[in-house]
Design a binder for this molecule. Structure first.
Ligand code: B3K
Ligand code: ZN
Length: 880
């Protein structure tokens, strides 16, 4: 809670810490009515800090201080100041031991930061600044210390007691209590601290590292989830092997643990040796998890594991450097997922997320560079820009250096900075030093916010056989940043001849054996490239593989897009051509008469996709997804969500009507009695099946209704069952929808993760998720305001996916969201701050919408005792 305006923290005000902590000795006494934390720190003055060090300053939040002792002597109150958020100890020597005892109430901690309880177990979340909710500490990542942690609790209620590192002692205590002591030999920042105490089942496995060390792998889950661990455990082993093979990174402790908890603010946390996961991001079985969930779990398990090197062994100097670990680790997990499945599909998914949501963030009021220069609340900066754009920046370095030099750079980075807290600049320097390349202009990617816009023009000179490409770049203004410099952009391209054949890209003086694909390096506001020896006007395939996170404007004709859709050898660009064509068709219907003609060639293009089983089915499954409403909104200047929804629906209906037989045939081709597998081919089959069903049900096709009912009833996996349910829910077959929803709930009411799917399928649907129905979901007995997953699956799905209902022109959706944000602001500010995001984009919308969105935001702004989290987002959004 807060009464004053929160302060802004600036990167340029960074100073090295005055004091360093060598060792932390923690003792937790856990009880039902609270916990006592004994914290003994071995502290010394930082030799690198200049000037008089002044008093020792420790951070704290919501702590009750019981005592302070220096070198074993209790300190009188006159020796320290307890301001709540700061504990200042005066007149400390150059080296000393400080013992602080605090009392906290995990059972009342609804913010889920620090130590809290989730379904009866104790667990922690310390990143970014949660450790200060546990005890007084210099809670900043450049203070790295060795931790020893003793956990004491009732043995019957909490048989399992965990913390970071290796267990070194355990024993019985009076009153049925017991203890376990853990020691972590690796110095770490406090944000990587973790503790778990509960009645959990242990699943064990082993992994032999490349140097022959045996690692104990353990998962800890509630007994009801014991059958849902295998997939994550296997994913963990795959990740460990992959990081050895691809990055030469071996695991370092003797034990690696994963714990699943139901109440968690985000996906998972990479605490040293003790990763804690949101249940929905780790637990899975064929019957309860969809293909998308399995893939998400594999990616997140890998991501958290990879942090052991990119984040833990080498960590961030300060929170402005967050992308140092997050961008790099997202890049690493994306490479891993590409290696495990279909690289093209993975790239399409990442680019879709980036173009739909990160570009929107980069063009909105919270736009910030990959390395921000200031923040009020660091929790607000765990953004798509830090994570996804940050990963794209690393990918571009990879692209510019090539595989071998990139690996040399990462080896140098890990070796040079092992055990240190460093900056994104240190990362880039290691890449430069290993490769000999100059990345000084490239560094602007870290400093300038906003998505660069590339405007491409071309011209073919028949007489000379020269094709000219002019590429201009502009980086748009963002809050606090104008007049930006051109960035260093790797731009991959190819040229196609009229038969679809790839043409050589021969720059002036080159031989005819020029490459068929090039990565042009753009560094100026304008470049002109000439390709020689071309006997016909080529079709350009631009920004292949989405080689940079930029917008490309080029006056594609529909012919060109249709041509690229079927001929581009770059799978990503085939998909992209299809998306651009669909966007163009949908946009051309905005504001058009209800009976305006729809592009018939779109039908033929989709028919070709449906009819040709020799095509890569994983790619086809992606190509058959129409651009989302969110993406269409992102592309407009003054968006009218109702009109966008209508146009997109019209195109969908038109395609479904005209492709009815092909959809049926495609559906039937995919059904067979094969074992459930997670290969790209099998995933594509299931996706195609449910897409076909969804389209047919969208136009009220009766035979498809029977197929959907059968698929729902007979499915042997959640992907098919949920696919059928979703198709029914999004149809006008009201009775079938109601029956399927009731049956689904009855079948899975005991499984919280599946109930979350059930909530989100409804809240995200324009048919089943109009506001009164969403209100009913909030009143449902399975709904729980204290559980972030439930809040996300209803309120988040409504405002984030069900755009037609959320943007109801009467403003009711906005008012609803404002109300829920205010309600959550007191109990869980991090979640409240994430939920409010859709309202902050008010400027993007047509006046009727934007005025009402603004009013809703003002209502949030005026809530008394607004949290710092929501304050920052709302004020920045209203200021712009
Ligand atoms: N590092 C955590 C995120 C922590 C978020 C704190 N508000 C998970 C991850 O990125 O791996
Ligand atoms: Zn991460």
């Amino acid at each position: 809670m807060r009464t004053n305006q929160p302060q802004t923290i600036y990167l340029e005000e960074y100073r090295v810490p005055q004091y360093l902590v060598e060792h932390v000795d923690l003792r937790f006494e856990l009880f039902e009515d609270g916990a006592r934390v004994h914290n003994t720190l071995t502290i010394q003055r930082n030799p690198a800090a200049d000037g008089n060090p002044g008093p020792l300053e420790l951070d704290g939040d919501s702590l009750r201080l019981e005592s302070v002792a220096l070198d074993g002597e209790q300190l009188p109150a006159s020796r320290y100041e307890d301001e709540g958020s700061k504990l200042r100890v005066k007149d400390v020597p150059a080296r000393f031991e400080l013992t602080v005892v605090t009392w906290i109430e995990p059972q009342n901690n609804t913010r889920l930061e620090g130590l809290y309880k989730s379904s009866g177990m104790f667990c922690t979340q310390c990143e970014a600044e949660g450790f200060r909710c546990i005890t007084y500490y210099p809670d900043r990542p450049d203070v790295m210390a060795r931790f020893r942690t003793r956990v004491e609790a009732d043995k019957a209620a909490y048989p399992v007691l965990l913390s970071n590192g290796n267990p070194v002692a355990q024993g019985e205590l009076d009153d049925g209590r017991h203890f376990v002591t853990w020691e972590d030999p690796f110095p770490k920042p406090s944000y990587l601290f973790a503790l778990v105490a509960g009645d959990l089942v242990e699943k064990k496995d082993r992994f032999t590292t490349c140097s022959g060390r045996e690692i104990d792998l353990r998962m800890y889950v509630e007994p009801r989830n014991v059958h849902k661990c295998d997939f994550a455990m296997d994913a963990l082993k795959r990740s460990m092997r992959w990081d050895e093979d691809v990055y030469g990174r071996e695991y370092d402790l003797d034990i690696f643990m994963i714990v699943a908890v139901d109440d968690f603010n985000m996906g998972a946390m990479e605490n040293k040796g003790l990763n804690i996961f949101n249940s929905s991001c780790v637990l899975a079985s064929q019957d309860t998890a969809t293909d998308a969930t399995f893939q998400r779990i594999e990616a997140i398990v890998a991501h958290e594991y990879f942090h052991n090197w990119s984040g833990n062994r080498v960590t961030c100097r300060d929170w402005f450097q967050l992308s140092l670990k997050e961008g790099f680790t997202v890049f690493r997990d994306a490479q891993f997922s590409a290696d495990m499945g279909s690289p093209t599909v993975k790239r399409i998914e990442d680019a879709t997320l980036l173009r739909t949501a990160q570009f929107a963030e980069d063009a909105g009021p919270m736009a910030h560079p990959v390395r921000p220069a200031s923040y009020m609340e660091i929790s607000n900066f765990y953004t798509l820009t830090i994570y996804e754009k940050g990963a794209e920046v690393v990918r571009m370095i990879h692209n510019l250096l090539g595989e071998t030099l990139f690996r040399k750079g990462s080896d140098l980075y890990f070796e040079r900075h092992d055990g240190q807290a460093v900056t994104t600049d240190d990362f880039v320097r290691a890449m430069e030093d290993a490769s000999g390349r100059d990345l000084s202009q490239f560094r602007l990617w870290y400093q300038q916010a906003g998505t660069p816009v590339l405007t491409v023009q071309d011209d073919y000179d028949q007489a000379e056989g020269i094709y000219r490409l002019t590429i201009r770049q502009a980086v748009p203004d963002t809050p606090g940043q104008t007049d930006k410099q051109p960035q260093h952009i790797p731009f991959a391209l190819g040229l196609l001849g009229s038969e679809g054949q790839p043409l050589p890209l021969r720059l002036q003086s080159e031989s005819p054996e020029a490459p068929q694909e090039r990565v042009l390096e753009l560094t100026r506001a304008e470049h002109c490239f000439e390709f020689h020896g071309l006997t016909e006007r080529p079709v350009p395939s631009l920004l292949r593989g989405f080689s940079a996170p930029v917008r490309v404007h080029y006056p594609w004709t529909r012919e060109q897009l249709l041509f690229l859709m079927s001929h581009d050898p770059d799978g990503f660009n085939r998909w992209d051509a299809g998306q651009r064509l669909a966007v163009d068709v949908i946009q051309s219907l905005l504001g058009a008469a209800d009976d305006a003609e729809i592009e018939p060639r779109l039908v033929e293009a989709y028919r070709a996709l449906l009819q040709d089983p020799s095509l890569d089915q994983a790619l086809v499954a992606k190509m058959l997804q129409l651009p989302s409403e969110a993406y269409l909104i992102e592309l407009s200047d003054s968006a009218d969500p109702a009109a966008i929804h209508r146009s997109r629906d019209r195109v969908l209906a038109y395609l479904a009507e005209n492709l009815r037989d092909d959809l049926m045939a495609c559906y039937r081709r995919q059904t067979g009695t094969v074992d459930y597998e997670l290969t790209p081919e099998a995933i594509a089959q299931r996706s195609l099946k449910s897409t076909a069903l969804g389209w047919l049900l969208h136009i009220g096709d009766e035979p498809a209704l029977e197929l959907a009912k059968a698929q729902y009833a007979e499915a042997d996996n959640m992907t098919d069952r949920l696919g059928a349910l979703r198709a029914l829910v999004n149809s006008d077959f009201q009775q079938a929808r109601t029956e399927a929803l009731a049956s689904f709930y009855q079948r899975y009411s005991e499984d919280p993760q599946v109930v979350e799917l059930w909530f989100s399928v409804q809240a995200g649907s324009d048919r089943a998720g109009q506001l009164p129905q969403v209100q009913q979901l909030l009143a449902h007995p399975a709904f729980d305001w204290k559980n972030p997953n439930k809040v996300r699956s209803v309120v988040g799905a409504f405002a984030g996916q069900n755009l037609a209902a959320f943007h109801n022109p009467d403003g009711s959706g906005y008012e609803f969201l404002a109300e829920q944000v205010c309600r959550l602001d007191d109990s869980n500010p991090q979640i409240a701050s994430r939920l409010v995001a859709p309202l902050t984009r008010w400027k993007k919308f047509a006046p009727n919408y934007s005025t009402q969105m603004r009013t809703a935001l003002e209502r949030v702004r005026d809530k008394p005792a607004l949290s710092r989290d929501v304050y920052e987002v709302v004020h920045k959004s209203l200021a712009g």
